[in-house]
Design a protein around this ligand. Structure first.
Ligand SMILES: Nc1ncnc2c1ncn2[C@@H]1O[C@H](COP(=O)(O)OP(=O)(O)OP(=O)(O)O)[C@@H](O)[C@H]1O
Length: 229
């Protein structure tokens, strides 16, 4: 579903190139879930942007659903995102002029994969039933977050990319939203790559990797924790 082969990425800065990723290898299979941890500034969002084809590697290859993204032009990458990916970023990017109902089904409509029963199910599970005619500005932060999750899952994407999807919520609602997110990801049959700072958030996922000094390494404390369960 997602493959990184020896991916390198640096940014140009006034002080010279800032190397962020230095030979990343990664495989994520269909329906698998992976947590990506690492200190602030370690390159997690950079890796997620590369996975989404929003940016291109300097060297190496990123493969999404069998497509080498560097070989695609921007319109083809946009089509690949539309047809294959769901994105939940820290900024929700809800469309202010569309109500909850239309925001929820936007991605599914664009992808030509709208299923009204699934959209209704998502709205109910995400606690948005009854709010369909409201506009994003009339929702709480948590409701906006849940709407962003619902919109990304509405087309049942093969791969959901999530950057701190519960980062703006208090601990109690973050736990609830995460549990819900994982259930809905399973129901949708999507693979999941999720950036998080929180070991509690990472624990229920199949695997956890840490980005450090431009490379990925298994998180040993996490593996021990997982093997105790
Ligand atoms: N467009 C850019 N130009 C220059 N430097 C950048 C750019 N985007 C990110 N960086 C730098 O690259 C490094 C990695 O950034 P990135 O946002 O990927 O880290 P992160 O692990 O997601 O951080 P956080 O956990 O704080 O969100 C940081 O040092 C950041 O300052």
């Amino acid at each position: 579903m997602l493959e990184f082969n020896q991916v390198h990425k640096a940014y140009a800065t006034p002080q010279g190139p800032l190397v962020v990723l230095e030979g990343i290898d990664l495989r994520l299979g269909g329906g698998e879930s992976l947590a990506l941890m690492g200190e602030s500034g370690s390159g997690k969002s950079t890796l997620l942007h590369l996975a989404a084809g929003l940016d291109l590697p300097d060297a190496g290859e990123v493969n999404v659903a069998g497509h080498a993204i560097s070989a695609l032009n921007e319109p083809s990458r946009a089509r690949l995102r539309r047809d294959t990916l769901g994105l939940v970023f820290q900024q929700f990017h809800l469309v202010p002029s569309l109500n909850v109902f239309d925001n929820l089904r936007l991605q599914a409509r664009l992808a030509g994969r709208e299923r009204p029963e699934w959209s209704t199910h998502l709205a109910e599970r995400l606690g948005l039933a009854g709010l369909e005619r409201r506009y994003p500005e009339q929702l709480s932060g948590g409701q906006q977050q849940r709407l962003a999750i619902g919109r990304a899952l509405a087309p049942r994407p093969a791969l959901l990319l999530a950057d701190e999807p519960t980062g703006n919520l208090d601990e109690a609602s973050a736990g609830d939203v995460l549990e819900l997110l994982l259930e809905l990801v399973r129901e949708a049959g999507s693979a999941l790559l999720m950036v998080t700072h929180s070991p509690q958030v990472a624990t229920p996922l199949d695997r956890c990797l840490r980005l450090t000094h431009g490379r990925l390494e298994p998180l040993e404390e996490y593996d021990q924790e997982a093997s105790r369960r």
